[in-house]
Design a protein around this ligand. Sequence first.
Ligand code: B12
Length: 358
Amino acid sequence: MLDKAYWKDISKKIIATGKELGFNDVGISDTVINQNQRLYKEWIDAKNHGAMSYLEDHQDIKFDPENILANTKSIISVRLDYLPLNENLIDLINQKDKAYIARYALGRDYHKTLKKKLNHFGSLIESIILESDFDFKFRAITDSAPSPEIEIATQAGLGWRGKNTLLLNKNNGSWFFLGELYTNAPLVFNQTSSTNHCGSCSACIDICPTQAIEKPYYLNASKCISYWTIEHKGTIPISFRKKIGNRIYGCDDCQIICPWNKFAKKSTEIDFFVRHKLNNISLMGCFLMDNHRFNEYFNGSAIRRIGYEKWISNVAIALGNAGHDQKIIDALIKRSEDPSNLIKEHVLWAISEQEAKK
Ligand code: B12
């Protein structure tokens, strides 16, 4: 029989192993994760999820770990920092001829990196426990199954839920991904939950270009630029197009402005290093890519998942928002008869925006 002292020792070894493996933080959460289930349901009922129907479908299963792994006894939560560079991001958002791409997507698709690292972590834990004859089972998750990742990370002591709804950490800000290992091992949980340090600050709420953070800790996803430029498949409503500015893939404003991100560290994970100078790329360069080049360029990147039509449509909106430039108008006109209705519609809007600035 393995006693509590054994699992306490193993838990410490697991945390140390995770950090050696390159995770920036590791904690262990209780399996009772349903405290916010009622709020989640209210959020869904109010239709904040837009067309992300999976969030609605998961509402009854997301908060019971048994749905992820039978006989779950603990959840290991990890943090992996992704910020590749120290840059003036406010400046970049204001350079209207440049594209702004969410910083999480400048390198390799994080799902691939985290999943691989988590599975490796799980197999290392297996070898630590091996001698005890315990039949260790685990399942690695990062955004890949219905898991309330921020709730779990909070309970594991990795930070607190910020007013922008993201997990914040006093020494590391919020530029990181979360992932979990659901396990059947009775590991020793973190006992001290982090205190909230948002105080009276409302910088994230005030800066959001679309007022998507309707109140502290409450984001209406169907107003979020990240939703419109990544998750939503069809036409972007006219009312959002100007507010999107030059953000062609995701949005980071609520992180850029967060005072705790002054303490964020640059990522050392090679997979997240910038590819193809995407941190500072011109909108025209993005617009002139053909389908083949798009697929080649974004091979292994999260950006490829939105597909070429959406990419060009997003870039067209940003070109419509750029300063008046005849070269932009000429390039847009060349695509104004595009066989894709999605592209055509956004291109025509962009032309009219550019013409109006003449
Ligand atoms: C769907 C989703 C989105 C949606 C909706 C985001 C949202 N805030 O709900 C969209 C597409 C908009 C999105 C955008 C982004 N996302 Co996202 N997203 C998710 C995903 C898959 C599910 C989140 C979810 O369930 N939302 C539904 C709502 C109801 O859940 P919620 O915000 O957790 O709501 C709770 C709180 O509001 C709380 N609550 C309500 N009232 C109160 C009051 C108080 C006082 C408190 C404390 C709490 C509280 O209760 C609710 C129920 O749990 C998670 C991964 C995961 N499986 O958890 C990643 C995740 C949250 N996203 C992530 C990232 C990186 C982003 C972006 C930064 C990407 C980008 N640059 O474009 C933006 C940030 C936008 C933002 N401010 O949230 C990371 C966040 C890491 C971190 N540091 O926290 C996650 C964890 C993915 C990961 N594995 O790393 N995302």
